[in-house]
Structure formats: structure tokens, C-alpha cells
Design a protein around this ligand. Structure first.
Ligand SMILES: Cc1ncc(COP(=O)(O)O)c(C=O)c1O
Length: 410
């Protein structure tokens, strides 16, 4: 490497590391390895034909406009569609509250850009989404972890953290959380929205999995709970509010679109718009139009029904096999939706060491320690159930249980 580069990097690169997951995924590229590691949707369920038709319609209808630069805020009909869906869930908003982003991952990055000064502390669930940590590490963030249990964030731990620390904001994943699959109970949602407002701590609500519900009632969004009793502009635009909400097509249509949205009070959205201008001017005009054309006329809603059914079957198959094969002392979550479940090995066992044995035995998962920004979770692992076929799930869980048993007998 040329000397010209060494010593010229910004100090922030010291806190930027490649995602542990991406490194791990490299090890699982061998086609013989059954991987429960990635967070990938089932590719055979992508609505390819509908996207193909939508692409042609967009070019026929919009011609060169689809290929031209466009406004940073995003394609207005798409923003209006998102708005309608959110209003139906009790979120008071107009298109002025919505910015289309290149995936929710970009929304996380832009939030970091406008909110985080070096050394700021972010309140996060323990464990939490690794991609958010990666985005915010680049802004030299620190973290305050808040304990979770089977109903999600623990309110006693949260109140303690809000009281004693100066967290810049709270990052919350209330639905089928990545990595645990756990959802926040309805009572705690109310409490969370109230506590955060009481302690003047904004919430970033990240909801990529909310639509993938297999059972149970639909829960309220934090942004809807927070909006209750707050004034809006005459035309219904949200002007006051304590929550920034992130939604995406990645899990309901396909991640390759890179089309997502961030929703919040106008003032905050305007700052995010400026941050996005500096990042990529706008999300691809063409892709936004194709995503809109694909999603419109109720298509997402009907497509999600199919996803729910297939993912529910895969989850059930996996849980059944775990019940049958995993040795006593190992426990796991029973997610009501989403893509992941979370396994806890007996104390003292190390899932990173187990991972190496698992790959030798041609099965992979993500060791849970990566999702703990302050350390811990060495005996945990994240398992994805959406991407593997039923045959692979059967083979893979058998292989994994053999590896766990062999390790426990040592
Ligand atoms: C919790 C969470 N947030 C954000 C993202 C990023 O999603 P997108 O594909 O919209 O960038 C993911 C992706 O897996 C995720 O799990």
C-alpha cells in the first residue's frame, strides 16, 4: 500500500469494521453448507413477473422521466402510497413527512449523519441489529444497552437508563426483532412511547418485519402511539412528534430494489433530506417508479399473505425439529413473525467456537456476540428460517444438533 494513504485516513475509520456477518457469509459460500446465517428472504418468492411487467409499464408511461434525475424527497405517488398505509395505522402524516431512502440501511446512516456527534451515546436493545451499529460506529457513537426479555425491551431497565444516562436517542425494533425474533408486548409499547416522551428522548423505530406476522394481533406502531394527542398542521402534516419511523420494501417485495422510507416530523425530515442530497442526491428514479408500479393496487398486501404462509411453515418446521433434536439445556425463542429465531446455549458454551465446528459440518448460523455492542452473548446464536428450503431446514437442523451435542459432551 502506498505511503500516501497510510496516515491520511480520518480517525473515524478506526471505529468502522466490516460486518462480522459479511465475513461469516464468505465462509458459507461453499454450496455444500446449509446457511441459516444471512437475513435473506426466500428468492423463489420474489414477484419477478410482476416486476418485469412493472418495468415495461414504467418505461412506456414515463419514458425518459423514469431515467432522469428527480427530487431528493422521492417519487410523490410512492410517498402518497406509504402515507395512506401509515394513516390507516393511526399515523398522522402527509407526503411532507416522508423521504424515500436507498434501503432502511441508508436511513440509519442518514440519521447518524444528522444526529450523532463523536462520543454521543445511543440507547439500544440488547441484543440489537448489527447494521445499525455499523452505520453509527462510523459517526463514532457509543452505546448504552438496555436489557430485553421475552416481551422485548424491559421497561424497568429502560426507565433506569433514561434517568441516569444522556442517550441521544433510543433505537427500537418492536416487531420480530433482528436478531431475536421477539416482539414488544402491547402494554410495553404504550409505556415505551410515554417514557421516551417524558424523558425527552427521541425514538428511532425500525420496522422491516412488521408485515410478516404469522400469528397474534397486529400491534400498534410506536409512531402512532406517540402521535396521540399531538397537534398536526391543518392539512394533517405531522409537525410535532418524538418518533422517526423506518419502513422498507426489502422484506415485503425484494431487497434488490433498495427502496425504503423514513417518516417523521417535517423539521427532522428536512434535515434528513439535506443529508441525503450530499449522499446520493436521490434514490433511483426508475427503481422508485418500478417499486410503486409493482406495489400498487393492493399487490403488496396480497403478496405478503403468501410470504406469511411460507415463512410460517418454515418456522414451524424448524421449531418442531429443534424440539425433537436439540439437547436439554438449549433454549430458543418462538417468534410470531419475521425471519429469525434466537438460540441460547448453556452458559459457558461459546457460539463462535461452535460456528467453526458447524461450518466443518456444513451448516452455518451467526454467533450472537456480534449483536452485543458492549460484549456478552457468547453463548447465543441467530438462526434465519426464511431462506432455506424445507429439505435444507431438515438437514441443517440435524447437522446443527449433532454439532451442539458433540460440543456439550466434551
Ligand atoms: C432491523 C433492520 N433494519 C434495517 C435493515 C436494512 O434493510 P434495507 O434492506 O431496507 O436496507 C435490516 C436488514 O436486514 C434490518 O434487519
Amino acid at each position: 500500500m502506498s505511503k500516501n494513504w497510510a496516515g491520511r485516513y480520518a480517525t473515524r475509520i478506526q471505529s468502522m469494521q466490516g460486518s462480522a456477518i459479511r465475513e461469516i457469509l464468505k465462509l458459507t459460500e461453499n454450496p455444500d453448507v446449509i446457511s441459516f446465517a444471512g437475513g435473506l428472504p426466500a428468492p423463489e418468492l420474489f414477484p419477478s413477473e410482476r416486476v418485469k411487467e412493472a418495468s415495461i409499464q414504467v418505461l412506456d408511461q414515463h419514458g425518459s422521466r423514469a431515467l432522469q434525475y428527480s427530487v431528493t424527497e422521492g417519487y410523490p405517488p410512492l410517498r402518497e402510497m406509504v402515507c395512506e398505509q401509515l394513516r390507516a395505522k393511526g399515523v398522522p402524516c402527509t407526503i411532507d413527512n416522508i423521504l424515500i431512502t436507498s434501503g432502511s440501511q441508508q436511513a440509519l446512516d442518514l440519521i447518524g449523519k444528522i444526529m450523532i456527534d463523536p462520543g454521543d451515546k445511543i440507547l439500544v436493545e440488547e441484543p440489537t441489529y448489527l447494521g445499525a451499529l455499523q452505520a453509527w460506529n462510523a459517526y463514532q457513537a457509543g452505546y448504552i444497552t438496555v436489557a430485553t426479555d421475552d416481551e422485548g425491551l424491559r421497561m424497568d431497565a429502560l426507565e433506569e437508563a433514561l434517568k441516569t444516562s444522556k442517550g441521544k436517542f433510543l433505537y427500537a425494533l418492536p416487531n420480530y426483532q433482528n436478531p431475536t425474533g421477539i416482539s414488544l408486548s402491547p402494554e410495553r409499547r404504550e409505556q415505551l412511547a410515554r417514557l421516551a416522551a417524558e424523558y425527552n428522548t427521541p425514538i428511532v423505530e425500525d420496522n422491516p418485519y412488521g408485515e410478516l406476522r404469522f400469528e397474534g394481533e397486529e400491534n400498534s406502531l410506536l409512531i402512532a402511539l406517540d402521535a396521540k394527542g399531538r397537534a398536526t398542521a391543518e392539512d394533517g402534516t405531522m409537525i410535532d412528534g418524538n418518533v422517526l419511523y423506518l419502513g422498507t420494501f426489502s422484506k415485503t417485495l425484494c431487497p434488490g430494489f433498495r427502496v425504503a422510507w423514513i417518516v417523521g416530523p417535517v423539521e427532522v425530515i428536512q434535515h434528513v433530506v439535506q443529508a441525503k442530497q450530499g449522499a446520493d442526491l436521490h434514490t433511483s428514479t426508475y427503481t422508485q417508479m418500478v417499486a410503486y408500479q409493482t406495489a400498487r393496487d393492493g399487490f403488496v398486501e396480497s403478496h405478503v399473505e403468501e410470504l406469511r404462509q411460507v415463512y410460517r411453515e418454515r418456522r414451524d418446521l424448524m421449531l418442531g425439529l429443534m424440539d425433537e433434536l436439540f439437547p436439554p439445556g438449549v433454549t430458543w425463542t418462538h417468534p410470531q413473525g419475521g425471519l429469525f429465531l434466537w438460540v441460547r446455549l448453556p452458559e459457558g458454551m461459546n457460539a463462535t467456537e461452535l460456528f467453526e465446528k458447524a461450518v466443518e459440518n456444513r451448516v452455518a448460523f451467526v454467533p450472537g456476540a456480534a449483536f452485543h455492542p458492549l460484549g456478552g452473548g457468547e453463548n447465543t446464536m441467530r438462526i434465519n428460517f426464511s431462506n432455506a428450503t424445507p429439505e435444507q431446514i431438515e438437514q441443517g437442523i440435524k447437522r446443527l444438533s449433532d454439532v451442539i451435542k458433540a460440543e456439550m459432551q466434551k
